[in-house]
Design a protein around this ligand. Structure first.
Ligand code: PNW
Length: 450
């Protein structure tokens, strides 16, 4: 099947925007919220650009009503947000903070008033520091605590939430945090510990799925958001496509591979050798329980080709290759097409939502009341064309969430790096929709690439 290049998207296609609690809420110690590992990390010298903290961020905690009014004015009807675990359980476990649940109840009420449907991520990296002090993701205790937290949240909001996302980007809060030490808690563990941490993340995903199935009500849908290592064939020829597919399969063996396989493959266990994770008897019954969709955060990916011996090889990026200001974010719009296609082909996924896609730049000044981010408009248009191609090829993509609604705390890059389609002046909290916001509003309204 192929569609003419200016055709509309399928009726009911979900257009949304995304954020995460720690990056926008601020109010880091308000109404009983506990300390998160990011609150702690940001206070360690040299960890976050400019010494920026999450204390105020976009002050969304106090401004959500006007933020939803702005969102609605752009025609956005779907919003992916996350819930802050330390707002609900300040110590990660044990005593519940009712004020935390009350905050999200007010937030969801406001969204309903503005006609915006919530898509809720249960964990977007803000682990309670108290749990990190007892071992963090190294410890099985954290997995059990996450299961209790997920159950509490699903029980509290089952009447309002139909779309649940268990975890955001396992790779980032495991490998980048405990492997490379770039993200909180900023440590470097050994290979066996890191493999155990991946496993704990997978079990946590499974416990959240179980919570949604038990308490989410008949209409609830649940899935994981993964940032798979997407491999893009340098030329779309059978040889390079096969190489990209094989490279993708190998790179995702420990996460999506294990989930879809119902266990760790021999290939993965051989790769781990003596550092293989310890797996409890029922773990994979949880981990591989069916889900309703797969969320994919698609930003970039390596270009892969068939080498001389037929083995996949990554092509090095020349210095002239275009990048966003985030050094890891080289332009590769085909990540949308290949990210969704490889997930569908490799794991048989039947429903995919792109839960994040966007770009981060530093200098986006407000001039005469406008932010001329033509670079982001161009980025979005190129990526949406690839989304259209994926759909035309029959890949089951049901929605797209742009990262991000507004500039926010970009983790170790602090407030310097802007991903929003709405500009935030962090001194005054003034919001200014950028050119890209008006562009995206036009896309949503026309339900096609404009
Ligand atoms: C995602 N990489 O993070 C997160 O889900 C967001 O919270 C974040 O703000 C956004 O993308 C932009 O960075 C990523 O190194 C961080 O490939 C790093 C990578 C990918 C995604």
């Amino acid at each position: 099947m192929s569609l003419p290049c200016n055709s509309t998207f399928p009726a009911g296609f979900i257009w949304g925007v995304a954020t995460a609690a720690a990056q926008i809420e601020g109010a880091a110690f308000t109404d009983g919220k506990g300390e998160s590992i990011w609150d702690r990390f940001a206070r360690q010298p040299g960890k976050v650009h400019g010494g920026d903290t999450l204390d105020v961020a976009c002050d969304h905690y106090h401004r959500f009503d006007e933020d939803f009014a702005l969102m609605a004015s752009l025609g956005v009807k779907h919003y992916r947000l996350s819930i802050s675990w330390p707002r609900i359980y300040p110590d990660g476990d044990g005593e519940l903070n009712q004020a935390g649940l009350d905050f999200y109840a007010r937030l969801f009420d406001a969204m309903a008033r503005h006609g915006i449907t919530p898509w809720v991520t249960l964990f977007h990296w803000d682990l309670p520091q108290a749990l990190e002090d007892r071992g963090g993701w190294r410890a099985r205790e954290t997995v059990e605590a996450f299961g209790r937290y997920a159950t509490t949240v699903v029980q509290a909001f089952a009447d309002r939430i139909e779309h649940w996302i268990t975890l955001n980007e396992i790779r980032c809060f495991t490998q980048l945090a405990y492997g490379y030490g770039l993200k909180a808690p900023g440590v470097k563990v050994d290979a066996a510990t890191l493999n155990q941490i991946y496993h704990h993340a997978l079990v946590s995903h499974g416990l959240a799925v179980q919570a949604v199935r038990q308490y989410g009500g008949p209409r609830a849908q649940v899935g994981l958001t993964d940032n798979s290592d997407v491999c893009i064939p340098v030329t779309e020829t059978p040889a390079d496509i096969a190489a990209a597919r094989e490279w993708y399969r190998r790179k995702n063996l420990h996460l999506l591979g294990a989930i879809s396989n119902g266990g760790y493959s021999d290939e993965y266990l051989e790769r781990c050798g003596k550092d293989a994770p310890k797996v409890a008897a029922d773990d994979f019954a949880l981990i591989s329980a069916p889900t309703d969709f797969l969320g994919l955060n698609l930003y970039t990916g390596p270009f892969v080709r068939a080498g001389a011996d037929g083995e996949p090889e990554e092509v090095l990026l020349p210095s002239a290759y275009p990048k966003a200001d985030s050094p890891w974010l080289h332009w590769a719009p085909q990540v949308i097409y290949w990210g969704t296609r490889l997930a569908h082909e490799t794991y048989g996924v039947k429903s995919i939502y792109i839960t994040e896609n966007g770009c981060g730049y530093n200098d986006e000044p407000v001039v005469a009341g406008e932010v001329n981010d033509l670079h982001r408009r161009e980025f979005l248009r190129a990526h949406l064309r690839e989304l259209q191609r994926a759909i035309a090829d029959g890949i089951p993509v049901d929605g797209y969430f742009l990262w991000s609604f507004m500039d926010n705390f970009e983790w170790e890059d602090g407030y310097e790096r802007r991903f929003g389609i709405v500009h935030v002046d962090f001194a005054t909290q003034q919001r200014t929709p950028k050119l890209s916001a008006h562009y995206y509003a036009a896309v949503i309204s026309a339900n096609r690439v404009v």
